[in-house]
Ligand binder design. Sequence first.
Ligand SMILES: Nc1ncnc2c1ncn2[C@@H]1O[C@H](COP(=O)(O)OP(=O)(O)OP(=O)(O)O)[C@@H](O)[C@H]1O
Length: 256
Amino acid sequence: MALIEIDDLHVTFDAKGRHVHAVRGVSLAVAARASYGLVGESGSGKSTILRAICGMAPVTGGEIRIDGRAIPARRDRAFARRVQMVFQDPYASLHPRHTIDRTLGEPLRIHGVARGTERGRRILRALEDVGLDPAFRFRFPHQLSGGQRQRVAIARALMLEPEILLLDEPTSALDASVQAEALNLLSRLRAERGLTFLMVSHDLAVIDHMCDRLTVMKEGRAVEALDHAQLARHDMKADYTRELFAATTERIAAAE
Ligand SMILES: Nc1ncnc2c1ncn2[C@@H]1O[C@H](COP(=O)(O)OP(=O)(O)OP(=O)(O)O)[C@@H](O)[C@H]1O
């Protein structure tokens, strides 16, 4: 059985008289310890799928299951301990007036795990795990580079030792070299901790590098699901996937 199962998911936003059917019957299954990608152009509904899993988007049809169980309508503490999300923009997702110590300590405090010196030890270990010097502990987000801030966001997501990370364009706000380092860090952490990733990117090259399986999204629908080997063989059925692949190959060739 897959760890994450999404079955005929629909998400519909009704805002200011506008009716947006953002996700239109998407199904997918993510095996435990796998890394699964969602790729597609802007507005295709990728982020909305991650938000729906976290209870941050209105599900109007279908079901999401984790370990065979429908996720609770109100995502409870137990859910937060299993599933965490990392957002694209670490500056927006970190509180500007909280030190890194406070940011990393917050999940522990809320969940009542590790107090006093043990909490401090966990914070230092979390910094080390994402390759940040202990000196960063009492700094503020504006004193860090974009790559360092995203490492803090990753560390925060891992504080409660979740099984699943939902990654929404986790590196697209970063420069190319910093992006590669952050992707390598995520891959290493996944291997070391046996994490399961569901990762969104508009960049097929990123998804190809990171994921063993992917779904291509367009206008709220899943166009096609492929595994790594099919992608390598260019074994794709949909014209849209082929176009996306050709555009990525051209971009990489132009950059080299
Ligand atoms: N809170 C919201 N209220 C109204 N419409 C929304 C909301 N969030 C997303 N949408 C709409 O849902 C559609 C899918 O958006 P979504 O952010 O999931 O796309 P995406 O593929 O992740 O693209 P991007 O990379 O640009 O975020 C878009 O048309 C978007 O405008």
